[in-house]
Unconditional design. Structure first.
Length: 131
């Protein structure tokens, strides 16, 4: 985990340096792919989290969201257009499916589970949390 500004951390997940998760204060932004959960848990350590934000609902951003929300009991916020995909976990509609010939490809690198309680937010809503 790399501190890139005061209380702002970059957590590189798979593929390293290509997909990143950010910890801004007590808010975690994005979640990498599904297999990012263990790495995120180690990086977060004992920090108290208060929420999780998705920049957009794609598999490389929401893969470990269900883990984060369940493990840390976090609300998930995302833009209103992405709420149906975040709730269902069906986030790969506009791009080709992963090659499933590899036995664990989708379970490791595919989209995560949906989060039914996803909260839609208007522009700027969650950012009001920061002072």
């Amino acid at each position: 985990m790399l501190e890139i500004a005061d209380d702002v951390f970059q957590i590189s997940v798979f593929p390293r340096k290509a997909v990143n998760v950010y910890l801004i204060g007590s808010i975690i932004v994005d979640a990498g792919v599904r297999s990012s959960a263990a790495l995120l848990k180690r990086a977060i350590g004992k920090r108290a989290l208060t929420g999780h934000v998705l920049t957009h609902a794609h598999a490389d951003h929401q893969g470990a969201s269900a883990f984060l929300c369940e493990h840390y009991r976090l609300p998930l916020w995302c833009g209103a257009p992405d709420v149906p995909r975040a709730q269902s976990g069906q986030v790969t509609g506009e791009y080709a499916t992963l090659d499933t010939r590899s036995p664990d490809c989708n379970s490791r690198y595919g989209p995560g589970l949906g989060i039914p309680s996803t909260v839609p937010c208007a522009t700027g809503t969650w950012s009001a949390t920061f002072s």
